[in-house]
Design a protein around this ligand. Structure first.
Ligand code: PAF
Length: 288
């Protein structure tokens, strides 16, 4: 695997790959790679000839009181993992390379409305930081396809919307959520969990599955459509575990607005606070 730190050097080598007719898949990350990221890399390999991964802990998407400084940086380990997946190129720029004019006056990419709800409500400016850096990375790498995890469901929906609205010529591919043995969605922030919390955070996924089963109906029973009551009950279940929920919402899977009774594609989004981390997860269902 070749590692590049500058836009110019990466562009040169990817131009040469494209000149030979090779397609390029891109996996943007913030490093601290786990099995979930490696599954994205494997999916990228299935889709294209050349696989590019980026590692950049993007300060623009972190709020002032958030964990940008504490965010785990494990580049040497990450490189070994990427080499074992036969990744072709790693782009690992520093902040100056991505924001040469500083961040304050950086041109921004904004997807309105759907970024103000759910994670966007508790992390103002977060999605603007994501869409801005992803646009820059897309312009640098110019991939045919880009792979994002479905775990960050809202991020994936926002990026799909950005690509559609701005006619960005990149196919966006969502990759299934990688889970630990007990169902906990893999995340770099799981390393912030206290041992006693780790034993019970997997229940977030169980609660989301409970919501899904209530809506789809089980054992011959009709599915429920009283979404607000389901959300309230799920929020109560989270509180009983000793966690504070940020939101738990039954939504339309495309707009992320509250689901209407006749919506077919539904996502149940959940986020909760532990002592050292904010965890998110989701489950989807399609109604007939
Ligand atoms: O999902 C992430 O790791 C980040 O939000 C991304 C897409 C790499 C942008 O910094």
């Amino acid at each position: 695997m070749q590692v590049y730190h500058t836009v110019a050097a990466l562009r040169d080598c990817l131009n040469a790959e494209r000149a030979q007719g090779r397609s390029v898949a891109f996996v943007p990350t913030m490093g601290n790679l786990h099995e979930g990221h490696l599954q994205l890399v494997r999916l990228a390999r299935q889709h294209c000839d050349v696989v590019v991964v980026s590692i950049f802990v993007n300060p623009l998407q972190f709020g002032l009181n958030e964990d940008w400084e504490q965010y785990p940086r494990t580049t040497e380990d990450d490189i070994k993992k990427l080499e074992s997946e036969a990744c072709d190129y790693l782009f690992h720029p520093d902040e100056k390379e991505i924001y040469p004019n500083g961040m304050a006056d950086q041109a921004r990419v904004v997807v309105p409305t759907m970024t103000d709800i759910h994670c966007g409500a508790s992390r103002p400016g977060h999605f603007e930081g994501v869409t801005t850096v992803v646009t820059k990375l897309f312009n640098i790498v110019q991939p045919d396809k880009a792979i994002f995890g479905i775990k960050d469901f809202q991020q994936l929906a926002v990026i799909r919307r950005m690509v559609e609205d701005l006619c960005v010529p990149v196919d966006i591919i969502g990759a299934e959520i990688a889970r630990d043995h007990d169902g906990l969605a893999l995340s770099s922030r799981n390393s912030f969990l206290a041992p006693d919390e780790r034993l019970k955070v997997n229940h977030l996924y169980e609660i989301l599955c409970w919501c899904r089963d209530q809506i789809s109906g089980q054992n011959g029973q009709a599915g429920r459509r009283d979404f607000a009551a389901i959300e309230a009950s799920a929020t109560q279940q989270i509180a009983e575990l000793g966690f504070r929920s940020d939101y738990l919402s039954v939504c339309n899977a495309k707009t992320l607005e509250p689901a209407a009774h006749d919506d077919k594609d539904i996502v149940i989004l959940g986020a909760m606070y532990t002592s050292g981390a904010r965890l998110i997860d989701n489950v989807t269902l399609t109604l007939k």
